[in-house]
Design a protein around this ligand. Structure first.
Ligand SMILES: [Zn+2]
Length: 236
């Protein structure tokens, strides 16, 4: 058993422990901070790293995803650049680049806040790898705040896929985040995902937890409505 397999096993056990009803009425979830990253199609990966390249595993993530050992540079139309942006696996049907608002300022681009996979009308950007580059016509987003939960957890809190909730961040600077999308799948361990800007604003360093307060009272509670991104589709 190699180090990656051990880590996957540990994560699986932790996910099971996390799913148990240790706190039956608690809507508390772990917070994971997502740094800027890229999801790629197999053909874009081949263009960036070569036909024989492998999207090698670096670290397992929630829901069967993993951080790969491969990194690219983001190059904006105004030739601003961010290097060493990690690619997540496995391959996707569409290439998607997730950055923070701070990254967007540095790159002089203006992507919208979107759920993962909702890419219509988003701007593109150029990816540069060791073998070649790919210029996307769309796919650059600021990922929305979202929480991955398994069905048992969702049922317990009366939540469904694509509900929007408010969350109290238990950070150094306690903060309530609104418009947090609920994503439900049996493969998910309960975990909230926010970007580095949100994490920094709430003073989150290392492990943190968030408490789901309930569906938003500001119009973000309805399952088919998202005032933050205009989207009501199921995300990928
Ligand atoms: Zn996520």
């Amino acid at each position: 058993m190699d180090a990656i397999q051990v880590e996957e096993l540990v994560r699986k056990v932790l996910a099971e422990l996390n799913s148990q009803d240790l706190e039956p009425d608690s809507g508390s979830v772990l917070v994971g901070v997502s740094a800027r990253h890229v999801h790629v199609t197999a053909s874009h990966f081949a263009a960036l790293f070569g036909e024989d390249a492998d999207l090698a595993r670096f670290k397992p993530l929630n829901g069967g995803q993993y951080a790969s050992a491969c990194q690219v540079a983001l190059v904006s139309p105004s030739m601003k650049c961010i290097e060493n942006v990690r690619i997540l696996g496995p391959f996707r049907k569409e290439t998607q680049v997730e950055i923070s608002r701070s990254d967007a300022r540095a790159l002089k681009v203006d992507p919208p806040v979107r759920p993962s996979g909702v890419l219509d009308g988003t701007p593109g950007i150029t990816l540069a790898g060791p073998h070649g580059s790919v210029t996307l016509t769309k796919g650059l987003i600021i990922s929305n705040r979202h929480i991955h939960i398994p069905p048992s957890f969702a049922n317990r809190l009366g939540l469904e896929e694509n509900d929007f909730v408010e969350c109290m961040m238990e950070g150094e600077r306690k903060t309530v985040f609104c418009g947090v999308q609920i994503r439900v799948d049996p493969s998910f361990a309960p975990e909230m995902h926010i970007d580095t800007d949100d994490a920094n604003s709430a003073g989150i360093i290392g492990k943190a937890r968030a408490v789901i307060l309930g569906k938003g009272a500001d119009g973000h509670g309805a399952r088919t409505h998202c005032g933050h991104c205009g989207c009501h589709k199921k995300s990928g």
